[in-house]
Design a protein around this ligand. Structure first.
Ligand SMILES: *Cc1c(COP(=O)(O)O)cnc(C)c1O
Ligand SMILES: [Zn+2]
Length: 388
């Protein structure tokens, strides 16, 4: 049973009903709210013990009011792996990897898309559209197929081959666009005119972030209801970072955790680092990054729609933002495979590489959660570049 009540604009704070998308007044992102005061009376940590090992274990704080309408492949409840050897090599004693590569469709996009597709299906949507750097497209194609919906996916022509093939295999309509995800979004908005396709772009649709916030609940539960000192998050649209920050506030209101928060760190690629630049200049919003270039496709987002919310979380948590070069993350993709036997995705490798730049900011004994956001097995082009 859900305690979901309504949506609220993250900027002007007006409230809207469940079927809304972006704020009709100011155009900013809407976020889901729950009656946590009421939830607190019955939704206890103890209840979770017997629940299924997927993100749907947190159903009370997810928006769906009908368990029968869930479209799922068993997403979430991914492992938290200790990285003792890598930690030792880098001078840190408590590095944990939240391995999102084990999600269905090979990335953490499955979390958000499972919730968003479930909500869309319930409200009678037949066609969904989205621009993607690859993994969101793959996830939407798969979940839409399972839900009996048609997906229309727009990706940069430079998207990894496996993403293009998985999208096509699931029967989605695929359009390749020259340029970045921003160009793909522009094209989608032209094609979508008058067709009634539902726009599932992240943060313009309010429920993908709800799916991704479950990473925050899982980290707390897996650490025995405490939070780490630092979280490193490879940031494109920032959905997971915004979601986790929201989850921490919800859990505090439920009485599940204390006020202590981790320092949130955004990791980006030097060839596309709008959040890092804005953070360094203490800006409230980012500027579109011209000519974004990085083989870490999930990080090739020139301007995140909800950049203000990402930056808020970084500032409020006394966190940071770090960019790493292609050479740096490629080198650490190899280091992680050698020292720990884990094949990271490029974005996850970037987060590991960022650790090296955060000595001093992160103390040797801090508990640090680093996100591997996708499966390394989706990136044979990148692996082909490495000499072993
Ligand atoms: C989408 C994606 C990211 C970025 O995630 P956001 O929540 O949009 O910032 C990072 N890594 C991978 C593998 C992705 O697919
Ligand atoms: Zn508003």
């Amino acid at each position: 049973m859900t305690f979901f009540t309504h949506l609220r604009c993250s900027s002007c704070k007006k409230t809207f009903p469940a079927h809304s998308t972006v704020c009709p007044d100011c155009g900013k992102a809407l976020l889901a709210e729950y009656d946590l005061h009421e939830a607190k009376k019955s939704f206890s940590k103890k209840l979770l013990k017997d629940r299924e090992k997927s993100l749907w274990r947190y159903g009370e704080v997810l928006p769906l009011d009908d368990a029968g309408a869930i479209v799922s492949f068993g997403e979430g409840w991914t492992p938290m792996l200790k990285l003792p050897h890598l930690g030792q090599a880098l001078g840190f004693r408590n590095i944990l990897l939240k391995d999102e590569g084990l999600n269905p469709t090979g990335s953490f996009k499955a979390r958000g898309i499972s919730v968003a597709v479930s909500m869309a299906k319930k409200s009678g949507v037949s066609d969904v559209a989205l621009p993607s750097a690859g993994n969101a497209g793959g996830a939407v194609a798969a979940y839409a197929a399972r839900a009996g919906m048609k997906a229309h996916v727009f990706v940069p022509a430079s998207t990894p081959v496996i993403n293009i093939n998985e999208i096509a295999a699931a029967g989605a309509e695929l359009t390749l666009v020259e340029g970045s995800i921003s160009d793909a979004a522009r094209r989608m908005n032209e094609e979508r005119q008058g067709k009634g396709w539902f726009d599932m772009s992240t943060m313009k649709e309010p429920y993908r972030v709800e799916g991704k916030k479950t990473m925050g609940y899982e980290i707390a539960e897996q650490l025995g209801w405490s939070l780490p000192d630092v979280i490193l998050y490879p940031t494109g649209g920032g959905t997971g970072l915004i979601g986790m920050w929201k989850a921490f506030a919800e859990m505090e209101e439920l009485g599940w955790i204390s006020q202590k928060r981790p320092k949130m760190v955004s990791v980006q690629a030097s060839g596309c680092a709008p959040i890092v630049k804005a953070f360094q200049q203490r800006k409230k919003e980012s500027e579109a990054w011209p000519n974004p270039t990085t083989a870490a496709a999930g990080l090739r987002v020139p301007k995140a729609f909800a950049d203000a919310l990402i930056l808020d979380a970084l500032y409020e948590s006394k966190g940071s933002a770090v960019a790493v070069t292609e050479e740096e993350w490629l080198a650490d993709l190899k280091t992680a495979a050698r020292l720990e036997g884990i094949l990271l995705c490029p974005e996850g490798a970037a987060a590991i590489a960022a650790l090296r730049k955060l000595k001093g900011f992160i103390r040797p004994d801090d508990t640090v959660v680093v996100f591997n956001t996708g499966s390394g097995y989706k990136y044979s082009e990148v692996l082909g570049q490495l000499t072993f």
